[in-house]
Design a protein around this ligand. Structure first.
Ligand code: KIV
Length: 280
């Protein structure tokens, strides 16, 4: 596959069937978050299969402590921008805190807005058995749903912090059962966040739908990271599961310092960077 997709190339997004086929073929799904047009283009050009406009934008874009303040309008705004930069990747939009928990009707109305106004191909929501009815109704209405189990950041206060889930036997059993329930309800895939690798491997083996891991070991059918973490743009955040594939934070700071020095020294803009007067 070409890694040089151009905006002039036709829109041919991967479908949920294509991505489910990856699992059958033993091909890993490469997933990443993105929140704007510029990065969406780069991520798509680099051959990422699935892009999530996650409510992690609360942390990395808005500078919030948790994802709880993120609104549906925030996700719609960023999804629309991201959708314009994608040619091939499947676009998933996150349903924010309390936009699907109140009633099935509320979930249906909000998911419809995200699909229609945010131009996403699928929606993602957090939770297991307690979401089965909502998942069923959304899927019946033609809305593809990605589940999210393990560490579910919208329940951060209930969980008592960012900690690995499914470590004890009861929790382990509940997560395996929840994954099966989501699959039965019609979810096309499930994110597993911050669970032991052995648990993620067991869930991935038990389901025919793909699992996408973050902090869940290499046994998942795909992996996802927050883009800013992968690029090293998020200095202070350094959990065990994040690998920084670049240190862009340092490069950005250096480039901006160089710009500042050039402005102060009067070497920017140069004659070549300046327009001539219009010839009369
Ligand atoms: O919001 C998000 O970015 C997510 C991923 C970390 C899976 O839910």
């Amino acid at each position: 596959m070409s890694t040089q997709l151009k905006l002039s190339q036709p829109l041919r997004p991967l479908t949920i069937r294509n991505l489910q086929r990856f699992k059958q073929d033993g091909r890993k799904i490469v997933a990443l978050t993105a929140y704007d047009y510029t990065f969406a283009r780069l991520v798509d050009q680099a051959g990422v299969d699935l892009v999530l406009v996650g409510d992690s934008l609360g942390n990395v874009i808005q500078g919030q402590e948790t994802t709880l303040p993120v609104t549906l309008d925030d996700i719609i705004y960023h999804s629309r921008a991201v959708s314009r930069g994608l040619r091939r990747a499947h676009l998933v939009g996150d349903m924010p805190f309390m936009t699907y928990q109140i009633s099935v009707e509320q979930a249906m109305t909000n998911a419809a807005r995200l699909m229609r106004e945010g131009a996403v191909h699928s929606i993602k929501l957090e939770g297991g058995r307690e979401r089965a009815e909502v998942v069923r109704r959304l899927v019946d209405a033609g809305i593809p749903v990605m589940g999210h189990l393990g560490l579910t950041p919208q329940s951060i206060h209930q969980l008592g912090g960012h900690r690995v889930q499914g470590r004890d036997q009861e929790d382990h059993k509940r997560i395996v059962e929840d994954a099966r329930i989501l699959q039965e309800a019609g979810a096309w895939s499930v994110v597993l966040e911050c669970v032991p690798a052995s648990l993620a491997l067991e869930v991935s083996g038990a389901l025919h739908i793909p699992t996408i891991g973050i902090g869940a070991g290499e046994g998942c059918d795909g992996q996802i990271l927050v883009l800013q973490d992968l690029l090293g743009l998020n200095g202070e955040f350094n959990p065990r599961f994040v690998r920084r594939f670049a240190q862009l934070g340092d490069l950005v700071t250096d480039a901006i310092k160089d710009y500042g020095e050039a402005v102060r020294a009067g070497t920017f803009p140069s004659a070549e960077e300046t327009y001539d007067p219009i010839a009369v």
